[in-house]
Design a protein around this ligand. Sequence first.
Ligand code: GAL
Length: 970
Amino acid sequence: MTSYLTGFAPGAGRREPRAGFTSDAPRIELNGPWRFHLSPSVAEAPTGVADPEFDDSGWGELPVPSLWQMHGHGSPAYTNVDYPFPIEPPFVPDENPTGDYRRDFEVPEGWGGDGAAAVLRFDGVDSCFTAWLNGHELGFSTGSRLPTEFEVTEYLRPGRNVLAVRVHQWSAGSYLEDQDMWWLSGIFRDVTLLARPAGALDDFFVHAGYDAATGAGTLRVETSVPARLTVAELGLVDVPADATHTIAAVRPWTAETPRLYQAELSTAGERVPLRIGFRTVTVEDGLLKVNGERVLFRGVNRHEWHPEHGRALSEETMREDILLMKRHNINAVRTSHYPPHQRFLELCDELGLWVVDECDLETHGFLFVDWRDNPSDDPRWREAYLDRMRRTVERDKNHPSVIMWSLGNESGTGRNLEEMAAWTRRRDPDRPIHYEHDWDSRYVDVYSRMYASHEEVDAIGRRAEEPLEDAGADAHRRALPFVLCEYAHAMGNGPGGLTEYQRLFETHPRCQGGFVWEWIDHGIRRGDHFAYGGDFGEELHDGNFVTDGLVFPDRTPSPGLVEYKKVIEPVRITAEADLLRVTNLYDFRDLSHLSFGWTLEEEGVVVADGTLELPELPAGASTELPVPRLPETTGESWLTVRAVLAEDTPWAPAGHEVAWGQVAVRPAPGAASPATSTTGSTPVSTSVSTSGGTGAAAGPVTLGPGTFDRLTGRLTAIGGLALDGPRLDLWRAPTDNDRGGFPAMEKVWRGVGLDRLRHRVIGIDREDGSLVVRTRVAPAARDIGVLATYRWSLGAGDRLRLTLEVEPQGPWQVPFPRLGLRMALPAWIDRVRWFGRGPGEAYADSRQAARVGRFEASVEELQTPYVFPQENGNRADVRWATLTGPRGGLRVTGEPVFDLTARRWTSEDLDAAAHTVDLVPGDAVHVNLDLAQHGLGTASCGPGVLPEHALTARAATLTVTFAEVAAPTE
Ligand code: GAL
């Protein structure tokens, strides 16, 4: 066994960590195809690979940067908390996949100029590697998501050079990298050869502060060798860098207004272009402030992920993430749980996002051995901890977007963490320190928690949380600002309860927002679906817990992201009486970059529109405007006010919608008038089948256009439309959130048999012109049940009106998953049009983003492709809907509304499916018309459904009207 693999030292032979930057000094990119050979263990790895003459002609090729499991070498493996190897630090398994990489490259004569040195830089290698240049060993390094540099001057030669790198999947460093993600290996970030001309700048530290009281900026750049600084725009030309320059008036950098000043540092050896952002971060008065203002994080946790490339991201993908975030009103990123590719931070500087930069550290797996031997409190690991923090801070210290350092994630507590904090505070006193897992917050500047319930966040917001035993520690923590570094677990359908969190953040100044867990589903593309944990034969895995993002693996926004965008919108538009209220929820900027327009829609059809003029509205202020003069309407009418970008921005074009509000200006003209049964003109006729039935009583029952089964009382046709008529449905395919929590709702529901209800007909009667079908619906082995009574009558225009009455019987102690009707329509039905909330899905506790309007979609488009199939696609508050195809269809009208789902498989199919490809269109379109569904909550990790969104078992009535839609005539 190679000893460095199981030593505590984080590396050997490496240069000191320093700022990541580019300059005009020459560089040679070493990305591209490398020769590659994977061995199942170190013992089986070839010998002599470092020798420049080694014959690698029998090897294959692998691109650098990449992760070898994403290219068919070995397999990805997913665990959340578990180490996929025995816990016996610092040892690792003998089965330690080892990848050998080789390539050659040319260096021109005189490269870098006289006296130039050369540095070989690796931006990220997972998890441990040794490198040789021209046969000379350079050293080794751990710290997968951190840069490593080797001095190579003495080994580099003009002409052909040969570089060999040996990478091991497992190393002692793996104990410090137990993040909840795929285990993947290889050289997955850039490799570069840097010329360091004589007199080059080795390192520098930009200190650019902003004084909000005076508007002045101060600038000082600490440099490793004397350097000159030019910021032409500020009138600083060739001044000494390492002196304090005060500029009377600068525009500050904020995530909302990411003003950067172009600058240049120059030394005898090189010129370094810089982009400087002036801002000051403080913790004062118990609040986290930037430029003197409390900031509110509308954040996300971002892992680096691509469904084909894993954690090796292109710049295009990084940019796409930021554009998507900005377009969805997100203003902050926690780089969970490691420093990202540095280009990502440059883009955050440029486009504007607050960044909590987290060190590459997690030892969560020690949880399962009661934190015995946790490296965080073991002095043998001290150097490795400090090494990781130093490499994080030194690399990223010049990014204005980085406003807080995070020591790592879920690594317990201990003196090594404390030392990391102390070192960081000394090195960079200008940024606060974050670390969640120490709930006492002893060595941090911000009280941080994950998945705390609304109730607890409220208590913390009032600074009324449970006290710590130690009074001093308690006083310290109680004085700190509070953030939820993770909340609202975006796994599958959800999260529910975002609005309630946001209200708390807006109510309590101490609650400075949070970071939704997490940005992206880490699904791996496999044919036409996405794979998750267990799909690669892992002996230990955590299934689809790896797909818990706001965007799907291919970065399609999920309904959760659309909801988040609405909940965190920086402008709130509401109405009170005849006044519109517009509130500016930005922390810094006014609303002059937005233009406001309105539309009036009657029954979802635009009948008038206009623009609104707003007075100047500074951050935090609100104003009232009269509702614009609107034309008379008769149908249900809504005024929608939209705030859109007035001009193109670097992250979205003019016209991009930032915020909206809707006001009902005229209610529906009254629910459809119930059928009167007094005329007797359309009595229930019990017709006797004449077509070959053996018994006189075998024929169907009819009511107007409706045909009913005599034995079950189920509607079988409306006019010419054959269907499998509505009956009570209480079941939904459990969501990931239903499957989480203690106890999980799914278990509770299955426990009482809600997934296997039986229907018993009690009686089918004619009553006053109505057909009344009484049933009892109940699971085997239980005495609870539901009386479901279907009252069919005739409404105006030959419509069939159905009132479903539901009455629970027995001791119901569980909420219903859903309450409504299910039916099946012919498979040729393919289009759905509706007037209600849309265009996307909505649930009781995730419905802010669904606006009232008229929408249209195919049955396919109504589905949300959660990586793990589950309940989805519910359209809320539907007034009416038509479900049609080439041969006509059905119109359903609510009294007043219903929730609508239509899919080509049943809830049972959805429940049984493990991947999206398991969902195969059947011979019907299955439709649910619901009175309600149980909320979503976020119990896959965090609190469940809030009481106000629970669907408590109770008596209820749902009324809908059905009419056949005639086939279109050509
Ligand atoms: C947190 C952890 C994250 C992730 C999340 C659940 O405890 O910090 O990395 O595992 O839970 O998805």
